[in-house]
Design a protein around this ligand. Structure first.
Ligand SMILES: Cc1ncc(COP(=O)(O)O)c(C=O)c1O
Length: 453
């Protein structure tokens, strides 16, 4: 049974939380009341006119507020039943649907993961690493000084603070839960890494799509996102997953010029890290006071190390570190020692350099063969390619019948209307590039719409 919230109760709950008499103010107040448990899942809100009269707002303002809350997933509006609070089960739904359950396939290219054969030898590293005689304690510095020095020497800008976290996803999660608020608009790349969209859903932030070309987010669309109130921009500086876009110095300069006068948090997720062939560029040089840069070591050194570094201004990094002390606290310094070893042991460094060249070779081989087959694929870098197709489901099915698993493009869409694509992790393909490209070219033309042509 739905419980209807009386107008006077809603007024009481909302009034004390409403900072401004606007749609955003009302939406934020309701969002806060939900967060504090004063409004519960299934509570039915009074009709818009009643709320407007009670709160002294126009019906348009209340309707706009309900719209914002609906987009944040805090309410749902279903016809006769009116507007109802929803406290959603939070989970990696897009993330799961991007993966096809690969054990069924002879060749699973749906994963976005690195080729284990191209990772440096972890067993040897574990034999080399000697834990200190005195075990580390809760009170030690969260980052090993040796690792901090290595990170600093290789960071794309002078970061006031650097810390180590358990992978880029951990960094994004910490940043989102520390710095984003319910209902806040956040500009993200279209297409977007699905777990980031799941994460924004989980914190109730509202993604605003910014399309990318080969050089990253389109400046005009970033400006539009700011114009509609985006207060943060999340981007992948290189080897964008899934499109393969990488920033150029020119694009960095244009984006920095647009962002300079706006009060915007910039979050850069360099998940490709050391296996990217394009340079590590960052908006942090131009916007050091508001850029958080994340570098993952999963693709270069192994996903199970669960290591990434996060750097930026103290005002943004310190709250993340403080918040983390309420949970995990810090990233195991034993693992940090393993990373120090891998970053300084010459054969391991060479292995990562070889991996970088090999990923570039694999990508170029498939992209080149696809171009010759009349299927243009954009992007420049990374483990994945973003293949335009006529019909995603038909393409996925056709490839499945040939034993190849790929991801449909849909989970990567920020908003509906994205042209159909597949994400294919070509970084996993050591040989047989021409055969794979031929299968992808067939898949790109598969589907009911093909017959109609
Ligand atoms: C864009 C992007 N961000 C984050 C991650 C997760 O990285 P990590 O293993 O460091 O959590 C991935 C992994 O594929 C990714 O592609």
């Amino acid at each position: 049974m739905l419980q209807t919230v009386t107008a006077s109760r809603l007024l009481g709950v909302v009034e004390e939380r409403m900072a401004e008499p606007t749609a955003r103010g009302l939406a934020a107040a309701v969002g806060r009341a939900v967060g504090e448990g004063r409004l519960a899942d299934g509570d039915k809100l009074p009709p818009i006119r009643t709320v407007a009269t009670q709160l002294g707002l126009s019906p348009t303002t209340v309707s706009a507020a309900w719209g914002l809350l609906a987009r944040a997933g805090t309410v749902r509006t279903d016809g006769r039943r009116g507007t109802v609070i929803t406290v959603r089960a939070v989970g990696p739904s897009r993330y799961r649907s991007a993966l096809t359950g690969g054990k069924l396939f002879a060749q699973d290219l749906s994963t976005g993961t690195p080729d284990p054969a191209l990772l440096p030898d972890l067993r040897a590293a574990l034999r080399r690493v000697v834990p200190p005689a005195e075990p580390a304690t809760y009170l030690d510095d969260p980052v090993l000084p040796e690792l901090a020095d290595l990170l600093r020497a290789d960071w794309p800008f002078r970061a006031e603070r650097l810390t180590v976290v358990d992978g880029a996803m951990d960094a994004l999660h910490l940043i989102a839960t520390t710095h984003l608020r319910l209902g806040q608009r956040v500009a993200v790349e279209q297409p977007c890494f699905p777990p980031l969209l799941d994460l924004l859903d989980a914190v109730g932030a509202v993604p605003v799509a910014v399309e990318v070309d080969d050089d990253g987010p389109l400046p005009g669309q970033v400006a539009q996102a700011l114009a509609v109130g985006a207060e943060a921009l999340f981007l992948q500086p290189r080897g964008q997953n899934p499109s393969g876009a990488s920033l150029t110095p020119e694009r960095v300069a244009r984006l920095a010029a647009i962002l300079r006068d706006a009060d915007v948090l910039v979050v850069e997720d360099d998940s490709a890290g050391a296996v990217a062939a394009t340079p590590a560029l960052s908006l942090g040089d131009a916007l050091p006071d508001r850029t958080l840069h994340v570098r993952s070591y999963s693709k270069s050194h192994g996903p199970d190390l669960r290591l990434a570094a996060l750097g930026g201004p103290a005002a943004l990094v310190d709250p993340v570190v403080d918040r983390r002390f309420l949970g995990q606290g810090w990233t195991s310094r034993l693992l940090q020692r393993v990373l120090v070893d891998l970053l300084t042991h010459a054969p391991s460094v060479r292995a990562v350099q070889r991996a970088q060249r090999e990923y570039a070779r694999r990508r170029a081989a498939v992209v080149g063969a696809l171009a010759r087959a009349g299927v243009p694929v954009g992007g420049k870098d990374g483990l994945n390619i973003w293949v335009p197709v006529l019909d995603e489901q038909a393409a996925v099915l056709l490839l499945a019948t040939r034993g190849i698993g790929v991801s449909a493009g849909r989970p990567f869409a920020v908003r509906p209307g994205q042209a159909p694509h597949l994400r294919v992790t070509v970084g996993l393909v050591a040989a047989g590039h021409a055969e794979l490209a031929a299968a992808l070219a067939d898949a790109s033309r598969a589907g009911p719409r093909a017959a109609a042509r």
